[in-house]
Design a protein around this ligand. Structure first.
Ligand code: ADP
Ligand code: ASP
Ligand code: MG
Length: 438
């Protein structure tokens, strides 16, 4: 059994849905994970913002516009009256439901329910289309098996058990379709796996059924060696080790959700990144094999704040590091990069929610300096410390860019540089020019 995930652009129009239908038919009893149609989740976020601000008119305007878009999709998607009717019913019931939230109190709980509608609609429409095509396709409700625990982490045992129960009900099914992104939390409320989280659903489902492969179908031919949104002349990397892909995803390669590699890696399930716009292109295979001695790709993560704590007494002061990190732990703020010297420590965070409180607490240890609007540039490949030359190459490529921090040695797969966000594009372009297009 394989798990195939199709992102928003891949199901972004009636035409695209038909292309997806061709790709998923006749290849065995696989599980298909779908995102919402592209733009839908953003619109649902906008609707929620209006409702938080008690502006139902603003919300209704977007709801009407979005509903109209879906009506047009229905017209184009189905040929037979019966399936057309079913499609219309799906759209009507979900939009009536969304409208019901414009009349009452709107909190974070309602927002989660509104955000879930995009995936619920896309999967129902594609499932209906597959049935129209004569495929025995079964819609599996993700809200019945996809669950997070009290720490908001997915609960793999629950997911595995509940999904097995669902699958066992339909031994004759030719295909299964389910929603990406959405889940229930430990209290049974509707929740989600964060924006872009459908990739994570796919790998959690893949791990739960011990899939032979997890395929992430998107709008580009695999993982490129640099961010194509900012850099010209990027090219696909044909193979990556799990660790390399995890570093790239974590440090900003949008093609993969940051945590999506973890379940696949632990269960040793290969992940293939493929292009719905060009289905025969080879894409990228992510597995346990390492192509040695090469820098493979670079990525950038924005929205970084760096904090430097300088203390005259750090040398020999055991416990200093623990006390500093305890503060970040107390405020549930993950630390990304860390560098140390005899007199101080620099580190970075990407969540500024408790920045003021964190800084107040840190001040008792020494002088604290903060730089906001920073960016981490991450260079990824087989960067084992005994391989010669890659540090020199990366630094050479960045010789025109002021570098605030460098981190290396935390893994064999990455060397990271902290620079100003305003230098990001230039840094990515010069890395491409020097490392990949020389
Ligand atoms: P989906 O909606 O299918 O999940 P995403 O928009 O989340 O698709 O991810 C695909 C996009 O990721 C590409 O269109 C591309 O612009 C962007 N991207 C960023 N970095 C990379 C990279 N290194 N390789 C490929 N795509 C990347
Ligand atoms: N639809 C959700 C989003 O836009 C999840 C996803 O597409 O992965 O973030
Ligand atoms: Mg995505």
């Amino acid at each position: 059994m394989k798990v195939l995930k199709f992102g928003g652009t891949s199901v972004g129009s009636a035409q695209r849905m038909k292309e997806v239908a061709k790709l998923i038919s006749g290849d065995g009893q696989n599980i298909i994970v779908l995102s919402a149609m592209s733009g839908t989740t953003n619109s649902l976020v906008e609707i929620s913002d209006y409702l938080y601000k008690k502006n139902p008119d603003g919300a209704n305007e977007i709801i009407n516009r979005l509903e109209k878009k879906y009506m047009d999709v229905i017209k184009e998607l189905y040929t037979k009256e019966e399936y057309n009717e079913k499609g219309l019913e799906v759209v009507k019931s979900h939009f009536d439901y969304i409208r019901s939230f414009t009349k009452d109190l709107f909190t974070v709980f309602e927002e989660k329910v509104v955000l879930a509608q995009g995936e619920l609609i896309s999967t129902a429409l594609v499932n209906n289309y597959m049935n129209e095509q004569g495929v025995k396709c079964v819609l599996l409700p993700a809200l019945d098996f996809m669950r997070t625990d009290k720490n908001s982490e997915p609960d793999p045992v629950y997911i595995k058990d509940k999904l097995a129960v669902q699958l066992a009900k339909y031994p004759d099914a030719e295909l299964f379709i389910t929603q990406g992104f959405i889940c229930r939390n430990a209290y049974g409320e509707v929740d989600n796996l964060q924006r872009g989280g459908s990739d994570y659903t796919a790998s959690l489902v893949g791990a739960a059924v011990n899939a032979s492969e997890i395929q992430i179908w998107t709008d580009i031919d695999g993982m490129h060696n640099n961010d194509p949104r900012f850099v010209e002349n990027t090219s696909p990397v044909r193979q990556l080790h799990f660790e390399e892909a995890a570093e790239l995803a974590y440090f900003g390669a949008k093609i993969l959700h940051p945590t999506c590699i973890v379940p696949a890696k632990f269960n040793n399930i290969p992940v293939r990144l493929l292009n719905t716009m060009d289905p025969t292109a080879p894409g990228t295979l992510i597995c346990n094999e390492l192509v040695h001695g090469k820098i493979k790709a670079v990525a950038a993560k924005d929205g970084i704040t760096s904090i430097k704590i300088k203390s005259g007494r750090m040398l020999l002061a055991h416990g200093f590091m623990r006390k500093v990190f305890e503060i970040f732990e107390n405020y549930q703020t993950p630390v990304d990069m860390v560098t140390t010297s005899e007199v101080g420590i620099s580190l970075t965070i990407d969540n500024k929610k408790n920045l003021k409180e964190i800084l107040d607490s840190l001040k008792k240890f020494g002088t604290v300096t903060v730089d906001e609007e920073m960016c981490i540039i991450c260079v990824v490949g087989d960067l084992d410390w005994e391989n010669l030359g890659f540090e020199d190459d990366a630094l050479h490529a960045l010789k025109e860019i002021p570098i605030r921090m460098i981190s290396y040695g935390g893994s064999n797969y990455n060397i990271s540089f902290l620079i100003k966000a305003s230098d990001k594009k230039k840094a990515l372009q010069s890395l491409s020019n020097y490392l990949f297009n020389k």
